[in-house]
Design a protein around this ligand. Structure first.
Ligand code: ADE
Length: 226
């Protein structure tokens, strides 16, 4: 998988992709992420990428020309399965969408800033609009990093056995069960006996029941219709 991310603040995305699982995915050749500075596609001395909104009102709007120049340049090098725009009015990101995107080859993610992009960018280029929740970030960059992380870790071979995605919360529509490690007793707090028993079938039953209990308590909405 290859992900191109277009932003006016590339510095915001330097950290997430140079660490841990995402770095390992790149090293193993399973995923690559490239960040592109939209300002490199702006013209004029000011390298302007935004302008006042027609009709007035507070906040700047990202102009279509630099974005079109950038996206068309990238499209000459790759065919994209999806051109995604990160925006609070997009479809809310969830594990199912992460699973779906993890099966794609080339993704392009456009990060909005200020008041967002000129609507014509959305009409002309965007195939999918994603929000990471009902709150407003100062830009789409951190949201893009969230999506890229959730997607890349699902690519076969990125995670090893110990970090396998199959037992994650949401993967089976349930929250994950509680987990414990050594010591078996800490200040009188004991690890559930069954987990120390070595009886794998009983352990699996306990984990499933604990998952259901936790989901009922914390996210009963996940169980509706089941
Ligand atoms: N940009 C600003 N807020 C956002 C959000 N909640 N999700 C995705 N992109 C955003």
């Amino acid at each position: 998988m290859h992900i191109d991310i277009v932003t006016v603040v590339p510095g915001l995305l330097e950290g997430p992709f140079s660490h841990s699982i995402l770095k390992r995915a790149e090293e193993k050749g399973l995923a690559s992420v490239k960040v592109h500075n939209l300002r490199d596609y702006a013209t004029g001395k000011q390298k302007q990428v935004d302008d006042y909104a027609f009709g007035g009102g507070a906040g700047m709007v990202m102009m279509i020309e630099p974005i079109a120049r950038c996206l068309e340049h990238l499209q000459q090098q790759r065919t994209y399965d999806e051109i995604i725009y990160m925006t609070p009015d997009g479809k809310t990101f969830d594990q199912q969408m992460a699973n779906e995107l993890s099966l794609k080859g080339n993704l392009l993610i456009l990060c909005g800033h200020y008041k967002g992009v000129d609507e014509r960018v959305r009409e002309k280029f965007i195939t999918r609009e994603i929000s990471i929740g009902d709150f407003v970030l100062s830009g789409g960059e951190l949201a893009a990093a969230v999506v890229a992380d959730a997607v890349i870790r699902l690519i076969p071979g990125v995670l090893n056995d110990e970090t396998s995605a199959l037992t994650d919360s949401f993967q089976d529509g349930l929250l994950a069960p509680p987990v414990y490690t050594r010591p078996a007793e800490y200040e009188g707090m004991k690890v559930p006996e069954v987990l120390l028993s070595g009886h794998q079938a009983n352990i699996e039953t306990w984990r499933f029941e604990a998952s259901v209990r936790r989901t009922k308590e914390r996210r009963p909405d996940l169980l509706e219709g089941k």
